[in-house]
Design a protein around this ligand. Structure first.
Ligand code: RET
Length: 260
């Protein structure tokens, strides 16, 4: 459990502002994606719908996180005083449990693989993602650093499996994509690897010397920044890939139509 009483008023407000920014970005991205859904070919609309769902689920959870953050302390005296109501970190983990498998499905859908490959990859990667989050939670809420380390190591196993599958396992499928999107898909995969790698590092902040209010601030702001990149920036990249692929395919269809 986080010791909220160790925060300064400045740190408390900074984290609150980061949550508020996170909520605004997630909500705005959702509206953009759903409004623009019909700009891509029908085959990619499911990917865009899911991308918007991910940011919608995140917007809802940021609202809950913000309310829990506000309820946990009272700053009316000019200092941060715990109200006794705990700051609920479960919202973040429930959010990840829903959105991380969806993010992977989003990436797989936009690649438009065969149906059996889509199912197989969605189930194995989505399952590994759920396991990674479930194994991380007990360490996040533990009172001491021992369990934090143990659950970090356990959670790293499915995490490394996912990264391996994305970087090595998808190589073949990427080479079958149209040339003008191969680069964008590679960027999307690198973005996943780079933004996801941030989470296990942030998780370890309290274990590598950060304490009290500084640790709480670094972890909460760190996760929020990582979420914005992994969900909103990644979602917009998926949208761009879908637009490019739609252009490529409708372009080909119209040339074919002219020939016949
Ligand atoms: C935990 C626990 C410590 C070890 C590892 C973790 C990985 C978390 C990740 C979360 C990704 C979240 C995303 C959210 C946005 O939608 C659970 C912190 C490896 C990779 C992408």
């Amino acid at each position: 459990m986080l010791d909220m009483g160790t925060l300064s008023v400045g740190q408390y407000n900074f984290v609150g502002n980061a949550f508020s920014f996170g909520l605004a970005v997630m909500a705005a991205t959702t509206i953009f994606l759903w409004l623009m859904r019909n700009e891509v070919a029908p085959a990619y609309r499911m990917a865009i719908t899911i991308t918007g769902l991910v940011t919608a689920v995140a917007a809802y959870h940021y609202l809950q996180i913000m309310m829990s953050w506000n309820a946990a302390v009272d700053i009316s005296s000019g200092a941060v005083v715990s109200t006794g109501e705990p700051f609920n970190q479960a919202y973040r983990y429930v959010d990840w449990l829903l959105t991380v498998p969806l993010l992977l499905v989003e990436l797989i859908l936009v690649m438009k693989l065969t149906q059996s490959e889509t199912w197989r990859k969605s189930l194995t990667l989505g399952g590994a993602a759920a396991l990674m989050i479930i194994l991380g939670y007990p360490g996040e809420v533990a009172e001491s650093l021992g369990p934090r380390f143990i659950f970090w190591i356990l959670s790293m196993i499915p995490f490394l499996y996912i990264l391996y599958q994305l970087v090595i396992g998808l190589k073949d499928s990427i080479s079958k994509q149209p040339e003008n999107v191969q680069q964008l898909i590679k960027v999307a995969i690198y973005l996943v690897v780079a933004s996801w790698a941030f989470y296990p590092i942030v998780y370890l902040f309290p274990a590598i010397g950060l304490t009290g209010g500084a640790a709480v601030t670094a972890v909460e702001v760190g996760y929020t920044v990582a979420d914005i990149v992994a969900k909103a920036v990644f979602g917009l990249l998926i949208f761009m890939i879908a637009v490019r692929k739609s252009e490529h395919e409708t372009g080909k269809a119209s040339t074919a139509a002219k020939k016949s």
